[in-house]
Structures are given as C-alpha cells and as structure tokens.
Design a protein around this ligand. Structure first.
Ligand code: DOR
Ligand code: ZN
Length: 333
C-alpha cells in the first residue's frame, strides 16, 4: 500500500545554521516541498538581507526543489522601510517571540501591545505581511498559552486585515479563539498531537519530549487531534522540529525542542491511519497551508509505503522522536 502526498508543507521549522543546517535540512527537504524557516538563530535574523543570505545557505544544501519561506525575527528594527525592503525580496513573514519564553528568544519582545509595536502591526497589515506568534506569556507553565489569548485576540481585533498565525497550539482553549477570528489561523505540531505531560514526566523524565509550549493534558491533545483529523482549514501542520545536540538534551538545563523532522510524515501517516483519518492528512499537511499563507509550493509528489521504518538512534548527534523505534510507514526513495 502506498500513500502519495502532493507538495507537503512544514509551516514551522528550525534548521539552525552551519554544520547543523547541513545535517538537518536534507531530512526536511526529502519530505517537504516548502517550509517556514524560523529566524531564532544567534544572533536572530532581523532583516531581509540576513534572511536572503540565510535562504541561500539553505538552498545550497537542499537544492531548488525545496522552497524555504523565510521569516524575520520581530523587533523594533522592523521599520516600514525594512518591511518594504523585505516585501520586495519576496519575504512576507515575521515571527514574534515574547522575550525569554523559549530557545534563543532573549531578543524577543517584552511588552507586546506597546505603541511602537502597534505601529509595526499596522505597517505589516498594510504591506500584506503574515504575523506568526509564539503565543506564550512568562506565567505559570501550564497557563502560559491561555494567558496569552487576550493579547492575540486584541491584535486580531485591532488589525482585521493582518493574517495572524498562532504557532504550535498546545491548549484546547486556544482552538476556540483561533476559530473566532477570520484573520487568525494555527499551526499544530506532531508532538502536541502525540504526547501529554505523562510522556514528558509521568515516568522517567524524557528530555526529547521537552519543548515550548510544553505538551499538556489528554483533553488538550484530544482537541488538537479533533481539528487535525477533521482537516479543519484554519489549521495546518508545522512540525516545530528543533534540533539540539544530544549533549544539550540529556543534561541539566536541557534545551527546549523536539527533533521530529526524520519521522514527520511517517508518524503523521501512522497517527492519522490509526484514528481512521487518513483521508484528512492531505488537507492538514498539503492543502490548508497554501490557502492560509497564499503561496504556491513547488510541485513535489511524496510517496510513503506501508513498510517498517527503523528510526536511527541519532542523526549527526541529534536524537529524533522515535529514535531506535519503528514506524509503519516509510518514505519511498
Ligand atoms: O521547543 C521549542 N524549541 N520551542 C520553540 O519555540 C523554539 C524551539 C527551538 O528553537 O529549539
Ligand atoms: Zn519553533
């Protein structure tokens, strides 16, 4: 049995830079036609010139059959001139990180709704940009995403022509808010569809499932599954695959991030199939994103075959989800 996915897209991907980029980018470009590339490098990608240079480094590894959709790290440096410069360079995405909420977000925003930012939101709206948001506060860990919802709603209401993407939704209560605004959409990861707090710390602590926002309760996972399995057009796949070296995961001060790129499509196919939802996989991973983000991915037919996929123990020093385990769908060459 085979399954063909036409131009699957990963709308939230960390590929880092240098040796790590060379290690992980081919893994994603083998499966996806396009991906939104996160800008939280050190230092972050703040402007179009840096984003274009980064894009070239990615394409040098993946080749042109993979479309990296570049995003700018939201900062006060995002002047109208810089926004227009980016637009002319084909960049239409910016990613807002509240300060300190996740890996490499020290240069993020302290006060989201300050006057200066409202002017930037206005400019982004006028120039047809998409604002992707890591929607968490610095509050109590299980309530961070929920606590952010009034801020998201305020932006959605004040800038009705600005497309907002709530990234890596983890809390059932966010789904209702996203669905209540015509200009708001969401990405959902594989790990938030698969895991709860039990998988992270119910038994021995599993650092490879530690991420931001953290995985939550069974009812949150179930609500995320319900929207993904229904092919709901407000939501699309964004893996948030985030490689950290094993030495930075299996230690104290473990970094937040789940490396899921090697298993992304195989594990999605298995999950959707196990829940009788295989017919909605294409909406979730192929069709919804181009409609939400208004872009055309390169034509790429990706085939999966129903056969045992033994996941490697390590990919260049990085431990993947399901490392050393086997999945039931494998990518065809
Ligand atoms: O778990 C995460 N890791 N969440 C993020 O938002 C960032 C990412 C990373 O860059 O490692
Ligand atoms: Zn991310």
């Amino acid at each position: 049995m085979t399954l063909t996915l036409n131009s699957p897209c990963d709308m939230h991907l960390h590929v880092r830079d240098g040796a790590m980029l060379a290690n992980v980018a081919p893994i994603s470009s083998a499966q996806f036609a396009a991906a939104v590339i996160m800008p939280n490098l050190l230092p972050p990608i703040l402007n179009a010139d840096d984003a274009l240079a980064y894009k070239d480094r990615i394409l040098a590894i993946t080749g042109e059959s993979f479309l990296p959709l570049m995003s700018l790290f939201f900062s006060p440096k995002l002047t109208l001139q810089e926004i227009r410069h980016a637009k002319n360079a084909g960049i239409r995405l910016t990613k807002l990180y509240p300060q300190g909420v996740t890996t490499n977000s020290a240069k993020g925003i302290r006060e989201i709704l300050c006057e200066e930012n409202l002017q930037i939101f206005e400019n982004l709206q006028n120039e047809g940009f998409i604002l992707c948001i890591h929607s968490e506060t610095n509050g109590f860990v299980l309530e961070r995403e929920h606590d952010f919802l009034p801020i998201l709603a305020e932006i959605a209401r004040s800038f009705p022509r600005l497309t907002l993407v709530m990234e890596h939704i983890s809390d059932a209560r966010s789904l209702e808010v996203v669905q209540s605004f015509p200009n708001t959409f969401g990405t959902i990861t594989l790990h938030h569809l698969l895991f709860t707090l039990d998988d992270l710390l119910g038994g021995a602590l599993n650092p490879h499932v530690f991420c931001k926002p953290c995985v939550k309760l069974p009812r949150d996972m179930q609500a995320l599954r319900d929207v993904a399995f229904s092919g709901n057009p407000k939501f699309c796949f964004g893996s948030d695959s985030a490689p950290h070296l094993r030495t930075h995961k299996e230690c104290s001060q473990c970094g937040a991030g789940v490396f899921s790129a090697p298993v992304a499509l195989s594990a999605l196919a298995e999950l959707f199939e196990n829940h009788g939802a295989l017919q909605s996989l294409s909406a979730f991973v192929c069709e919804n994103a181009p409609k939400i983000y208004h872009f055309t991915p390169p034509q790429k037919a990706v085939q999966l075959r129903k056969a045992r996929f033994d996941v490697a123990e390590e990919y260049g020093g990085v431990v993947s989800l399901f490392a050393g385990k086997s999945l039931s769908w494998i990518l065809c060459d």
